[in-house]
Design a protein around this ligand. Structure first.
Ligand code: UD1
Ligand code: CA
Length: 457
């Protein structure tokens, strides 16, 4: 096969997004739109990807990094002009796949079919078209009586008859590079919008004796995102695809319509995802877990056999057979090891909870290290902040922390120690000790009766 490279047009501002960010960096299922397109073109066999950037180029370059080459289009004079900016990066011959950065739903399968058709037909230009019930706004594919593609006409330049054509230009093409180079020299801006239209290359190449063809693709893959409403449509389609992929891999999703999984999330088989669950970023979930309902997990790893119920887990790592929630909040940089229980109304921040420990209810653990088999009583708290600085609490193995204990950091509790309920611990506790830090209880007998007699109750 001849070598294939791609050019992705992404220099436009995307006015209708009403955004301070360039359109193509807006995300669909957690991944910038333009990145979806880059990945699809690479998967379709493109050896090299050239992205034409302009508006907000730094931001586009930041999301794509050095996996692509960049051509710079300083002023946006049209799609033809954008391709001219990329010309110097193109090989002398071969094929170029021209795409736009705002069509995140295009699949590598469709692009591959487009390229295969282009080769098998011996075409010089192959357009990916589609049939739209409402073609408004798109360029129309104009064919002659025998069905051969003659040209593309932009909506604003189209006659009434041409406007009735329902076959539209997706803005994606495969073009012979030598022919493209010749055509780019001939494109003018003599049209309704005063722009250099890439679409004019079709008629120019045809007039040069080139062979033009079109492949009719699924409309779903072709919709371009120009507004926030269209962004939500793309998000919904992508979400369905992602959820279906997980279900095909052995994950149960009770209600795909209310389950939101980012592109790069991994989930093990026989895990059940309950409604209202949001899995984001580079999250990885093991096998046999029950996630949700109404849980959000971001950039975290969860082992096998865990449950996360009505809870939030952020940038943390969780071992096997861990129970989280209901209503727990695991904040960034926490490490929860195997067989731990984090119960209701518990917040864990930047802490390590070692194997078998239990933090069952109403507890805050921050900047702490808990050993194995620790029991944190209800309402116990690590007092990690002195108003200026954060300090560490270190708790050994098998420690029993009674209810409503304050551990004022920095403080260390030795292995096997017990802390009496209601204590405020400010000094280290040695291994195996019982620490009590509260005043002793006194009972004043007959106190109530005496008061009544004195008429004060
Ligand atoms: C273009 C096509 C139209 C097609 C439609 C499909 C032309 C002239 N028209 O129209 O036939 O139906 O796409 O969505 O090509 N861009 C640049 N530099 C520019 C202009 C545009 O990089 O100077 C980029 C934009 O950022 C965008 C893409 O090219 O990603 C398409 O540009 P846009 O202005 O949206 O073209 P349409 O009018 O939609
Ligand atoms: Ca567009």
């Amino acid at each position: 096969m001849e070598e294939l490279v791609s050019v992705i047009l992404a220099a436009g501002l995307g006015k209708r997004m009403k955004s301070k960010y360039p359109k193509v960096v807006h995300k669909v299922c957690g991944k910038p739109m333009v990145k979806w397109v880059v990945e699809a073109s690479k998967k379709a066999g493109s050896k090299e990807v050239i992205v034409v950037v302009g508006h907000g180029r730094e931001m586009v370059e930041e999301v794509l990094g050095d996996e692509v080459k960049y051509a710079y289009q300083k002023v946006q004079l049209g799609t033809g002009h954008a391709v001219m900016m990329a010309e110097e990066f193109l090989p002398l011959e071969g094929m170029v796949l021209i795409l736009t950065g705002d069509t995140p739903l295009i699949t590598s399968d469709t692009l591959r079919k487009l390229v295969e058709y282009h080769i098998s037909e011996g075409n010089d230009v192959t357009i990916l078209s589609s049939i739209f019930d409402d073609p408004t706004g798109y360029g129309r594919i104009i064919r002659d009586e025998s069905g051969n593609v003659v040209k593309i006409v932009e909506e604003k330049d189209a006659s009434e008859e041409e406007k009735r054509v329902k076959e539209i230009n997706s803005g994606m093409y495969v073009v012979d590079i030598a022919k493209l180079r010749a055509a780019l020299k001939e494109i003018t801006n003599d049209n309704a919008q005063g722009e250099y239209y890439l679409t004019d290359a079709v008629e120019i190449i045809r007039n040069m004796g080139g062979k033009i063809g079109a492949v009719v693709g699924e409309s779903e893959e072709i919709i371009g995102v120009n507004s926030r409403v269209q962004l939500s449509v793309a998000e919904k389609v992508m979400r369905r695809r992602i959820n279906e992929k997980h279900m095909e891999n052995g994950v149960t999703i009770i209600d795909p319509d209310s389950t939101y999984i980012d592109a790069e999330v991994e989930i093990g088989r026989d895990t059940v995802i309950l409604p209202g669950t949001i899995l984001q970023g580079k999250t990885k979930i093991g096998e046999d877990c029950e996630i949700g309902p109404n849980s959000r997990i971001v950039d975290s790893t969860i082992g096998n056999g865990c449950s996360v119920t009505y809870s939030v887990v952020l940038s943390s790592s969780v071992g096997n057979n861990v129970k989280i929630g209901p209503f727990a909040h695991i904040r960034p940089e926490s490490v929860i090891k195997n067989n731990v229980k984090i119960g209701d109304f518990v917040e864990i921040k930047k802490s390590v909870i070692d194997e078998g420990s239990k933090v069952p209810h109403l507890t805050y653990v921050g900047d702490a290290e808990l050993g194995k088999n620790v029991n944190m009583g209800c309402g116990s708290i690590t007092v990690n902040y002195d108003g200026k600085q954060k300090h560490k609490t270190i708790i050994g193995d098998n420690v029993f922390v009674g209810c409503n204990v304050n551990l004022v950091a920095p403080v260390k509790i030795g292995n096997n120690a017990y802390i009496a309920a209601g204590s405020t611990i400010t000094e280290d506790v040695p291994e195996g000790a019982l620490a009590i830090a509260r005043s002793r209880q006194t009972n004043k007998e007959g106190w109530v009766e005496e008061r009544i007699k004195k008429g004060r109750l």
